[in-house]
Design a protein. Sequence first.
Length: 275
Amino acid sequence: MAPIPKSFLILALLISAIRPVRSAEPSTSTNTPTWIARPLSLPDAIDVALRQNANVLKGKSDIEAAYGVVLQTRAVVLPTVRSTGNFTANDPGLQESFPSPFPVHLPNQTWLVDLRVLQAVYQGGRLKSALRQAKLTKEQALAQYEAVLADTILEVQVAYYDVLVALQQIAVQEASLNLLTNQLSDTRNRFEAGTVRPFNVLRAEVELANARPRLIRARNASRIAKNNLATLLGYDVPKNIWEDIPLNLTDKLEAEPMPIQLPTALVRRSNIAPS
């Protein structure tokens, strides 16, 4: 699978930040959520996962916490402001007064405010180291979040196609079971007509019995794949759905042709051949 371009990750980050969550809202008329009946393509599944996936939400919380650490680290370089204040009030009746020719009235309230701005100029390389540490912390947080987005997109793609493969396997096993059922019926009719031996009927019955477990395993694989996809999409599966989640996937499982010329294939084979 081709690597996911960085521009797509940035676009996914913007979409997940501005688009509201709408697929997990329950219906007002019934208790069944709307996402069960809503058609879901692969781009829609990736969009939902970028907004609701647990790892993506945790990654957002981690990057917010990392930004807080960045601000705390860079605060060493910024100037600090310190202020202190003091207020004293006395009863006016206890104040001394001098009524002699020039009356003097002492104030009964005293205010004191001290404001200081401190700026570190040199701390033995600590300031430069703090700026470099803050930059590296920010870059690390962004890289980790982009890795979470890339892993989530890849997991959703794999889980989506796992569901499509499981559905095709069910169709194949059901067709095989129907074919073997018809063959058993035909063999029994031919046995009653005396054209085949009892061994042919027994072999047809055994083949039909062996086909039933394969169909059961295919259906179980489909249930597991749908549960994995619903978990990656952050869906809250209703409690009344016990077995098969009725996801409505619109994309088809189609093999894309890979045209390659014979000389190119021979060159690639010679490059990977052991020396």
